[in-house]
Design a protein around this ligand. Structure first.
Ligand SMILES: Nc1ncnc2c1ncn2[C@@H]1O[C@H](COP(=O)(O)OP(=O)(O)OP(=O)(O)O)[C@@H](O)[C@H]1O
Length: 319
């Protein structure tokens, strides 16, 4: 199906020392050595392990040889695919624009090979993704979800105010560290909106988390601008953390995309079980308004009682 992303698992043979810095890499301050303000080159990093594979790339855990500081290095082999090269350059532009939010994974610089392969040095998130944590924990408590929601909303509000639409919010794209700080990652299909009513038409992102107006813009709020779509995906993500399964599917049920698309477009929005608090249910209702114009924005949701009392930077105590 055209809507489903084509995931390629390339065996990326990209020896780090061959890569040239695309721009200098002033490393963040560190307490360990005097190399804190040094400019790094790719040869300064040692690969430790593979953290994950994504669309066209592999993410490695790497160690800076002089400071011993750990980073994630995302390598994307773009030389065979001009569209992928354009998209990774856009991802870089977005990461460069989003350098001062504690709720967005920070990039420390990039290297680019003459053939167009690109490596992005990222802040290392040592507890993995919310998706991985969910698989281990089974479900999250409401308190943990509220703490995560507060941080993700902070990140979405920050991005949206800079005209950046993520377009692929889901548990697998939300990274966590051991302090349970949650940060938005993977801008591989994101978009910078050039004008207020810039239409956001292309079917990129993960289809299951797409909003009704993305499939049928006319029926659900007119022009699809992407911002409200991120809020729908965010609502589904929180529900998934609470229920331990994707809300439109029963546990263990395999996704049948046609049925799923019909459920999103023609069914009622999914609701939380009775066990959830009234505040949480109201919050999810505001995220999952089918009409995109009625859906709450990130800025509005930050005022909702489910999260409004929480400090901006508080990590969750436990799942
Ligand atoms: N900064 C990071 N710290 C720790 N792990 C990371 C980091 N970035 C990515 N990962 C791991 O690598 C995996 C793949 O990363 P990512 O999703 O960014 O790659 P991608 O090629 O953009 O994938 P996609 O196909 O979803 O666009 C993630 O699921 C996560 O497990």
């Amino acid at each position: 199906m055209a809507l489903v992303r084509d995931r390629r698992h390339l065996s990326l043979q990209l020896p780090l020392p061959d890569i040239l810095p695309r721009f200098s890499l002033p490393l963040p301050p560190t307490t360990t050595t005097s190399h804190s303000s040094a400019t790094a080159s790719a040869a300064d990093f040692e690969k430790l392990q593979v953290l994950g594979h994504g669309n066209g790339g592999t993410v490695y855990k790497v160690r800076h040889k002089h400071t011993s500081k750990t980073y994630a290095l995302k390598l994307v082999r773009t030389n065979l695919d001009p569209a992928l090269h354009r998209q990774v350059l856009l991802e870089l532009e977005i990461l460069r624009r989003a350098t001062d939010s504690p709720h967005v994974v920070q990039s420390h610089g990039t290297f680019e090979k003459p053939n167009g392969d690109v490596a992005i040095l990222l802040e290392y998130m040592d507890a993995g993704t919310l998706d991985c944590l969910l698989k281990t924990a089974g479900t999250f408590s409401e308190d943990a979800i509220a703490a995560a929601a507060r941080q993700i909303l902070g990140g979405l509000d920050y991005l949206h105010s800079r005209k950046i639409v993520h377009r692929d919010i889901k548990p697998a794209n939300l990274l966590v560290n051991k302090k349970m700080e949650v940060k938005i990652a993977d801008f591989g299909v994101s978009k910078i909106m050039r004008r207020t009513l810039d239409p956001c038409k292309s079917y990129v992102g993960t289809c299951a988390y797409m909003s009704p107006e993305r499939f049928d813009p006319e029926a659900y709020g007119g022009n699809y601008d992407g911002y409200a779509g991120d809020m729908w995906s965010f609502g589904l993500t929180l529900m998934e953390l609470y229920m331990g399964r994707f809300p439109f599917l029963e546990l263990g049920q395999r996704p049948d995309w046609a049925t799923l698309m019909c459920a999103i477009c023609f069914g009622e929005p999914p609701g939380l079980p009775e066990s959830a608090s009234a505040e949480f249910r109201s919050f999810i209702g505001c995220c999952l308004e089918k009409e995109s114009g009625k859906r709450w924005t990130a800025a509005q949701l930050l005022t909702h009682p489910f999260v409004s009392g929480l400090p901006e930077n508080q990590g969750a105590e436990e799942c």
